[in-house]
Each structure stands twice: as structure tokens, then as C-alpha cells.
Design a protein around this ligand. Structure first.
Ligand code: GNR
Ligand code: NI
Length: 173
């Protein structure tokens, strides 16, 4: 296993529409394992492939919480089949926008179709933090960040802050 480097916004790789996964390979399994390890290490509750520079449609998540037993999941080629009329406001963060937390409004519940790491098809309904997280991750696969739901002013301020952070990190090596 190995930790992956998480790409920080702004970066063109975070703006791309990712490609469908063709089939489950040993490479994909290894990547998913490394992404889970990277997510737990960060720590975070989700991580999408483009955040580690892989422009393919899959993400990992675990919303079980610190006290509970881990529930690592891999969602491949996820597709939304239904969203609730009811919405939820949740404070979101993103490992590609470290230290920034803002309220985002999204459908409270969502159904997604996807394949797991064994290639098995699933359709599942997510609610609460799982709904927020799964939608945030699916957005990453379409080149969308939670920043894109904020006002232009806020987005530009946060982007400037991240550019500064990246410069400082580059200097520090
Ligand atoms: O770790 C994460 N926490 C989080 C909190 C609220 C809404 C979404 C998230 S996802 C984020 C990890 C991440 O950046 N995934 O892409
Ligand atoms: Ni994110």
C-alpha cells in the first residue's frame, strides 16, 4: 500500500470530465486500496480518483464515523437515478481545498447505480452525510468542486488563498 499525493485546487485535472471505467483490473484494485489508505490518513470521508490525478469515474468513501467499525466502499461508474425534492444544507470541506468549510445545499437523499470493486452492480439510496458525500464525490468526476456552488467573490477569495498555500508548500518542498 502507498499514500497518494492529493492535488490541490486550482489544477486543470480537477476540472475534467472523467472517463468511464472499462473493467476491474488488478491496477484498479490497487489504486482503490491506496485511495482508501490516503483518505483515512488525511483524514477524510471520501476521495475521488481525479484528486489523485486519475481521470476515471470512481471514488472511495467511508462515512461510518470515528467510533464505529470502518466501512470502506468503492463506487465505480456511479450514476444518479433519483434525487429527493427535499434538500439539506451541510457544511462541506474538500481535501483538494484544505482548511475551507462552507455550507452547500444539495438534495437530502439520492439513489445511485454503481459497480463495486468486484464488478457487482448496485443501486442504493443514500441519506444524511452519505448523500452529501456521494454527491460531492460524483461532482469531482464531472470536474465540479463545492466552490462552484458559492458566490463568485467567495470562490475567487478561496482560489487566491489556495494559490498562496500551493506556493508556500512548493517553497517548503
Ligand atoms: O473529507 C471530506 N469531508 C466532507 C465533508 C462534508 C462534505 C463532503 C466531504 S468530502 C471530503 C473529502 C473530499 O474532498 N472528497 O472529495
Ligand atoms: Ni472533495
Amino acid at each position: 500500500m502507498s499514500l497518494k499525493k492529493i492535488i490541490i485546487h486550482p489544477d486543470p485535472r480537477l476540472k475534467k470530465i472523467c472517463a468511464q471505467v472499462d473493467g476491474i483490473s488488478p491496477e484498479l484494485r490497487k489504486l482503490a486500496t491506496d485511495m482508501l489508505e490516503t483518505m483515512y490518513d488525511a483524514p477524510g470521508i471520501g476521495l475521488a480518483a481525479p484528486q489523485v490525478g486519475v481521470l476515471e469515474r470512481f471514488f472511495v468513501m467511508d462515512v461510518a464515523g470515528k467510533e464505529a467499525a470502518p466501512e470502506p466502499r468503492v463506487l465505480i461508474n456511479p450514476r444518479v437515478t433519483w434525487t429527493s425534492e427535499e434538500v439539506n444544507v451541510h457544511e462541506e470541506g474538500c481535501l483538494s481545498i484544505p482548511g475551507v468549510y462552507e455550507d452547500v445545499t444539495r438534495p437530502a437523499k439520492v439513489r445511485m447505480q454503481f459497480k463495486d470493486i468486484d464488478g457487482k452492480d448496485h443501486e442504493e439510496e443514500f441519506e444524511d452525510i452519505a448523500a452529501t458525500c456521494a454527491q460531492h464525490e460524483l461532482d469531482h468526476l464531472n470536474g465540479t468542486l463545492f466552490l462552484d456552488y458559492l458566490s463568485g467573490i467567495k470562490r475567487r477569495m478561496i482560489t487566491a488563498k489556495m494559490k498562496k498555500l500551493k506556493k508556500e508548500r512548493a517553497r517548503a518542498g
